[in-house]
Design a protein around this ligand. Structure first.
Ligand code: OOG
Ligand code: MG
Length: 254
């Protein structure tokens, strides 16, 4: 376990990388962090953002696809936090120079409709969400060339940098819906099945992680369930995520 002092230093280093748009080497070059340390650095990073007036508005899951888990040699999803400063309106403009090397992912979002009691063993997480929507997530690893270890990416708030949510609609079964991401001239296609086999499983994985990591899940918060395809570079021009039956969400890079 690393000291509280070093936790603060590493959180500051990642925060400075984000605010100055300058990447930083892997924390693993020089420090041995375990997963608890990594979540402690993430908490420190969020504390710095909150001190600047940012508000937590949601949570995000990462590594929800089997391919990504295998690639990282892990069998656990990772959780990060979304703040109001990361929010982009559907159809809104996003300045590319505000990031280091942004990529974009097509996702499915859920809306939490009541506070989740993490200590209630019988809580029904599916009844704690009342809406879903197509979503775009902008990830911008603070690490050089997007190269990081598992603990690095957790410490870095799971690369969270921005998100846009399409029109909310009632929750329905979306276990295998076609997903298309268009980002400038590039396109990626996939299925919601890439998200743990069914995005609803992301809610259960989230509850498990929230209990273990004591992450509050509150009414009104957004949940990003994880990417349905590999990420594409965020480019100038139109970026769109379309989920069959759910509609679409766009942002405009400039
Ligand atoms: C980590 C974030 C992954 C997802 O949806 O799987 C993520 C990264 O690849 O930088 O957000
Ligand atoms: Mg994501």
């Amino acid at each position: 376990m690393i000291s509280a002092e070093l936790t603060g230093v590493l959180a500051q280093r990642l925060d400075t990388a984000q605010t100055s748009r300058r990447d930083t080497p892997s924390l693993a070059d020089g420090h041995e962090l375990d997963i608890d340390d990594a979540y402690a650095v993430q908490a420190g990073l969020l504390a710095l953002r909150k001190a600047r007036g940012e508000r937590i508005v949601g949570v995000k899951l990462g590594f929800t696809s089997k391919a990504k888990m295998a690639q990282m040699g892990v069998c656990d999803v990772i959780v990060g936090r979304l703040t109001d400063a990361m929010r982009i309106a559907d159809g809104g403009e996003v300045e590319l120079s505000g990031f280091i090397h942004p990529k974009v992912e097509p996702e499915v979002a859920y809306r939490i409709c009541r506070d989740v009691d993490l200590d209630d063993p019988s809580v029904d997480i599916e009844s704690c969400v009342d809406a879903m929507a197509p979503a775009l997530e902008i990830i911008d690893s603070r690490y050089r060339d997007f190269r990081f270890t598992y603990t690095d990416v957790v410490a870095d708030n799971t690369s969270a940098a921005g998100f846009a949510i399409g029109p909310w609609r009632p929750v329905e079964d979306v276990c295998d819906r076609a997903v298309r991401l268009r980002a400038g001239a590039e396109e990626a296609v996939g299925s919601t099945a890439a998200i743990l086999g069914d995005p609803v499983r992301a809610l259960h994985a989230l509850l498990d992680m929230a209990r273990r990591r004591r992450i509050p899940l509150c009414a009104g918060q957004v949940v990003l369930a994880g990417a349905a395809t590999a990420a594409l570079p965020l480019a100038a021009g139109l970026t769109e995520c379309e989920v069959a039956g759910l509609g679409s969400v766009t942002v405009k890079g400039y």
